[in-house]
Design a protein. Structure first.
Length: 334
């Protein structure tokens, strides 16, 4: 890993990992393992910003870890751990919170969207971006692979890092967002104006990673299309078929112009039928590995424990520097 830029990626254990999560994030993480010194965290503390069941939270944490391992995250090349197992995350969050301003946090689009119409909004949802900044800065990550919807949070992370460095001396790496042009936003199968989401009440809106072949075929067959039957990529005029073309292209490794040419003069029926088989072929090895891990949960738990030990070593060293720069704790004895 020497000489490689470090990348930090976090994923919430909110359950129901779907094709949008896989193509928008997980697949890219797997492909970039040789490019970066990677740290992957299942950010369970972030999941506490909305009402949750403690038993389900632990179950979902192990489920997400299993998905990451089944998809190809290699513990020999990357660190994989659960956020709450490294307590330095919350310590640094408080310190950075003294530098982030109320105005900055109030302007966060995600906070405004998620708190809209809610009678009770926990302060954790408001403070969410500061904890995210701590996640990233704690490990001197130079690169943060995120979707377009997280760009504002990375900008806040950069601002807080620069502010800390200016106030207390050069301490943190100022990270860059890594937003992929394709696949960063896989849209709903039933409404292409919305991002594919596990919170959508309509299960036909998404392909779950554990969906069996017949369910995948049915969901793709029912996926909305545009009135014009030409299979052409045009996000503005043909958002539905453009979304399906993106999924096909990413999973099959075929450029979209080549797909347009291949299906010229053909209807949506044949295209959808082929797309369903492409999805099934891509997900089958992941599903098989998930079954193996479900039969041996100790493998997942052990991997997370070993990852947490590695992460704690890095985090403890960084926090020792941060405390010294901030003047926290007792001075060393002569």
């Amino acid at each position: 890993m020497a000489g490689k830029p470090r990348a930090f990626s976090g994923i919430q254990p909110t359950g129901g990992i779907h094709l949008g999560n896989y193509l928008g994030a997980i697949r890219n993480w797997v492909l970039q393992q040789d490019q970066y010194d990677n740290i992957f965290s299942i950010v369970d503390l972030h999941a506490m910003t909305v009402p949750y069941d403690p038993v389900e939270l632990r179950q979902r944490t192990l489920e997400v870890a299993s998905v990451l391992l089944a998809a190809g995250i290699d513990p020999e090349r990357s660190i994989l751990f659960v956020q709450s197992d490294v307590r330095e995350h919350t310590e640094l969050c408080w310190i950075l919170g003294t530098l982030a301003t109320f105005g900055e946090l109030r302007r966060m689009t995600q906070f405004k969207e998620k708190s809209k119409g809610q009678e009770r909004v926990g302060a954790g949802l408001f403070f969410y971006p500061v904890l995210q900044a701590a996640d990233i800065l704690l490990y001197d990550a130079a690169v943060v692979p995120v979707g377009e919807d997280q760009k504002q949070h990375i900008e806040l992370t950069r601002d807080v890092a620069i502010r800390f460095n200016h106030t207390f001396g050069e301490t943190f790496v100022v990270p860059e967002a890594d937003i992929k042009p394709a696949g960063a936003r896989i849209m709903s199968l039933t409404d292409p104006t919305k991002k594919m989401s596990k919170s959508d009440p309509d299960p036909d809106s998404r392909i779950e990673l554990r969906d069996p072949p017949d369910v995948i075929r049915r969901k793709i067959r029912r996926a909305v299309t545009d009135s014009e039957t030409v299979i052409r990529y045009d996000e503005e005029r043909k958002p539905a078929i453009s979304n399906l073309l993106t999924i096909y292209s990413l999973l099959a490794g075929i450029p979209i112009p080549e797909l347009e040419e291949r299906y010229a003069g053909k209807g949506y029926g044949q295209f959808k039928q082929d797309l369903a088989e492409v999805i099934i072929s891509a997900l089958t090895p992941i599903q098989e590995r998930l079954e193996e891990l479900a039969a041996s949960p100790a493998i997942v738990i052990r991997t997370l424990q070993e990852g947490a030990a590695k992460a704690r070593e890095l985090a403890a060293a960084k926090m020792a520097v941060v405390r010294e720069r901030c003047g926290l704790g007792l001075p060393p004895l002569d």
